[in-house]
Design a protein around this ligand. Sequence first.
Ligand SMILES: Cc1ncc(COP(=O)(O)O)c(C=O)c1O
Length: 401
Amino acid sequence: MTGQRISARIAAVAPSATLAVDAKAKALKAQGENVVGFGAGEPDFPTPGHIVDAAVEACRDPRTHKYTPTGGLPELREALVAKTARDSGLAVTAAQVLVTNGGKQAIANSFATLCDPGDEVLVLAPYWTTYPEVIVLAGGVPVVVTTDAASGFRATLEQLDAAVTPRTKVLLFVSPSNPTGAVYPRHEVEAIGRWAVDRGLWVLTDEIYEHLVYGGAEHVSMPVVVPELADRCIVVNGVAKTYAMTGWRVGWMIGPVDVVTAATNLQSHETSNVANVSQRAALAAVSGDLAAVEEMRRAFDRRRLTIHGLLNEIEGISCVLPEGAFYAFPSVEGLLGREIRGRRPLTSAELADLAIDEAKVAVVPGEAFGAPGYFRMSYALGDDDLAEGVARLAKLFSDAS
Ligand SMILES: Cc1ncc(COP(=O)(O)O)c(C=O)c1O
């Protein structure tokens, strides 16, 4: 036998930091600790009743006990065509849609399908922790473009110009953003889309938070405002965040037919179709109205304003007002290097450890998103938990000297 037990390719994959924080919080809870978890990126709401009912009905129908085509139930793919036209104004055909196990598999499929070894992908930081890992797994090279709080965590064309090389193949774009909550205004989406077209780049645009925008912010789909991009654009989406359906594992990718056909071929050998019952539930979700979504959006908006206000009252913390998704991304730089309860955390990762140990508050440190010095705090938790968790942090950090 030669080589290591674990292949070099897989050994290099970092565990998901966000899932790790969530696991630690849940383990402490299981031991009876009163933990407030800002870690998980999932709504606290149950899936709306009419969607659950559709799944229960599907379970009783023997036809649902079988495989579906790898690409998804034909009626779901048609419904996704209609939903995409309704929600973002993008006109596509069912042949351009592949139903995947969550948005996550759509992203992994996309990079596996687009990247040859050494192809560079522009990744805007702070980035969702999964992006660089799946790019590397696909043989691509993530090229990180760092944005900061001063620009509202939005990249400029100058920054993109400085990062692009002859090896660049794809720009990865996400708005609203996880982890920052940044939402690009229409003219910036258009300018970035045109920039990509002019350079012959592909764009993968992750629209999973499309419905979660607040205040005056609006979600704008890049291939809608830059139609010339259509032949080199993949749109990723899913039901997880919009319909409180994280556990059902349904997402999709929309792209040019040749890319979607190739990705379907890949998926046919990896996972085949998404669970048939879950597809039925997703069908009910995307073909129903958006009333439940609007109700959840209002609750998130309220919590957004609360967490933003409370965090900014804590000395050493400053937080940009998030405009979308359900994350606050405060800077904790002002607390680093100070003594708190006998410890002197020098990094946001060490400060996050202190928060869980001393205050039983779980947050994800910015290191997980290529942005040390920050915390990501999901505000998709109940109003009371939110207030309690931030109060505990305020008390803990008031001891800083
Ligand atoms: C930016 C972004 N894209 C995609 C996903 C994937 O979601 P899922 O695989 O649950 O559909 C997530 C989940 O956290 C996300 O935050």
